[in-house]
Ligand binder design. Sequence first.
Ligand SMILES: *Cc1c(COP(=O)(O)O)cnc(C)c1O
Length: 398
Amino acid sequence: MYVYDLDRIVAARDSLVEALPDGFDVYYALKANPHPDVARALREGSGHGCRAEISSTGELSAALAAGFTGAECLYTGPGKTDAELDEAVRRGVRMFSVESLSDAEHVGLAASRHGAVADCLLRINAPAAGAATGLRMMGKASQFGIDSETLPELMPRLTAVPGTRLVGAHFFTVSNAADEAALIGEFESAIALASRLESELGLPLEFLDIGGGFAAPYAAPGARATYSRLRSELERSLDRDLPRWRTGSPRLAVESGRHLVAESGHLVVRVVNIKVGRGRTFVILDAGINALGGLSGIGRLLPAAVSLDGCEQSLVATLAGPLCTPGDTLGQNVNLPELQVGDIIAIPNTGAYGITASLVTFLGREAPCEVVLRGREVVSASRLEYQRSYSVMTPDSL
Ligand SMILES: *Cc1c(COP(=O)(O)O)cnc(C)c1O
């Protein structure tokens, strides 16, 4: 069972808004946790409410279910299909981050089919600014973004794609950057490059999304990172490179997933068996990579390395899930209190990249239920359903 506390989500959002200069929009990356109550809590808030960053029809539905309008969504991603784009435009999305000229053309065609014009941000892949931590995605060959050095040649065509209006730039270079100086460095280089693209290449810069990378712990104790110098450093580089920013030119935005929601969540699991094998103790739980860190089970993200807080250590064991694969471990050499079958363990900081990033259908267990609290009040309790049945496709529906 996952438990999320909306009060903590709102507190994380408000403190991120405080850490930024006035006037920044915060886009919530729904991929971190698309639960409608979570997304709704982030949207609501006097003047501080988030917008939504989405990347699929499913995330669009989740955003709309949470009360976002299509106009409040930014649609991103390297593989937008024509069908997804059609659906997005039909449901009112008008802002897209485009990752290549052909991506922009697909967006334009979808918009034109609906008699609309889509605002496009160029996602830029710029040379490395030197972030020391986190998962860097740009600066080298990548499916993300347009190489900045190709823009002089491409710009005339990018500004003339029918059905689109080029309105600015989108950077997203780094994830989970706990080091404030490194994060500021990334943002400064994004701001400086956007300013040059405007002045030297004529990129219309009404809107600038400088990306994100705000950190949070994952399945281990600790507090989300704080960024005490961010506001003043950003103001300084904006004053230097984009001096009209204070009057809304360009409008500015950041994106965040984990930093907003990680701390709100606990994954509550039950001990189903305890055994010793070749001298090691294994505590076997009723949930593993089907509920948490599934992508790490297949080597795609930081390995799940659960650790627990506040327990008088008396046992060191492997925390294993119930799945029939040796990849289903949530932590090795984890310090634990004395445990018995039936005991309950709460894994902290699991509000982001939980069920949504896990191998939910693998080995056919039910998804964990999700309980949403506001302080001590229960707001909702639900379970994500996936059907263990197959809808038959006909040649027409394929
Ligand atoms: C994944 C992603 C995010 C959110 O990343 P976090 O590390 O959870 O903040 C934001 N923007 C884009 C474009 C992403 O792909």
